[in-house]
Design a protein around this ligand. Structure first.
Ligand SMILES: [Zn+2]
Length: 304
């Protein structure tokens, strides 16, 4: 018994056959720049290649496809409402088109929710019944999982943790509002601050090197961003009360121990008098998206 997972990103599509709790194959192709139907055809071909590569190991026939995609989704209609990094994806009926192209049933999930599910079932949170996943990289995403079920909310915007307000009146966010966590805590947010401070372009990697070397301006930028993550985590715990928080993403995993210490210091400051669930680092790395996509289908067909 097996399913296929697809992790659809703005630059690449990963597909893999999943059975017995692990990926049996992994195929990666570029995301066609033409977008729209070309992406559907690339995904269908990747599914076929992933099934071929798995061979007999992968089990006979996949019972469905789990598709992790960027952008807010209309789960009832199987639409991507919009995905800024992929052309032609406005109110795009991705589920129906992929079902037609692949001949298989397709189960959709938002990519951050998929990663949350993967960490919950197979990663850092596999021993607990409820977990909140927060990823800090070029954006801030996340998902809340209870008993292997992702909270999508009534309108598909559940656990859009990047857009909780942590600094009213602060920098504008891509969503159009001001002071979102995503506007003050991500790599691009830190790069904007670095440009203002150093008067020259400084990428996240350079900034982290200066930060880890103890340079005072870098300290101020990175620790401020860490603090906003800590505030965000405390607010989220009071909303969801998970048994565990799983923190992942390129910023959280690469900024260094002093960054994590500051996240935790501020988190505990705003949890004073409350029960503060433990914060664990994500374990599955870049594989979380693909595993989570596959698990989305596996949960739906009763394999998990
Ligand atoms: Zn926002």
């Amino acid at each position: 018994m097996s399913v296929v997972g697809i992790d659809l990103g703005g630059t690449k599509i990963a597909a893999g056959m999943f059975a017995g709790g692990t990926l049996r194959s992994r195929v990666t192709v570029p995301t066609p720049e033409a977008g729209g139907q070309a992406v559907i055809e690339a995904m269908a071909a990747a599914v076929k290649a992933a099934m071929n590569e798995a061979g007999s190991e992968g089990g006979a026939i996949a019972k469905g496809i789990g598709l992790g995609t960027p952008g807010p989704l209309d789960y009832a209609k199987g639409l991507i409402k919009f995905a800024p990094n992929i052309a032609g994806f406005n109110n795009f009926p991705i589920r129906q088109l992929l079902e037609e192209a692949s001949g298989m049933k397709v189960y959709l999930e938002n990519d951050a929710n998929a990663a949350a599910l993967a960490e919950h079932v197979l990663g850092a949170a596999k021993e607990v019944d409820s977990s909140l996943f927060v990823t800090v990289s070029t954006g801030v995403g996340g998902g809340f999982v209870l008993s292997n079920r992702v909270l999508r909310g009534a309108h598909g915007q559940g656990a859009e943790v990047g857009h909780i307000t942590v600094l009213p009146g602060g920098p504008l966010c891509g969503c159009g509002l001001d002071g979102c966590l995503e506007a003050v805590a991500t790599g691009p947010a830190m790069e904007r601050m670095a440009l203002a401070v150093y008067k020259t372009e400084t990428n996240t990697r350079e900034l982290f090197a200066r930060f880890q070397g103890g340079e005072p301006k870098a300290q101020r930028i990175v620790l401020q961003a860490a603090g906003y993550v800590g505030i965000g985590l405390a607010s989220l715990v009071k909303s969801f009360d998970p048994e565990m928080i799983v923190l992942g993403g390129g910023v959280a995993l690469n900024a260094g121990q002093a960054y994590l210490d500051e996240v935790l210091r501020v988190y505990h400051r705003y949890m004073e008098g409350w029960i503060a669930p433990p914060v664990q680092l994500a374990k599955l790395g870049s594989e979380a998206g693909l595993l989570g996509a596959a698990l989305t289908a596996a949960v739906e067909v009763g394999e998990v």
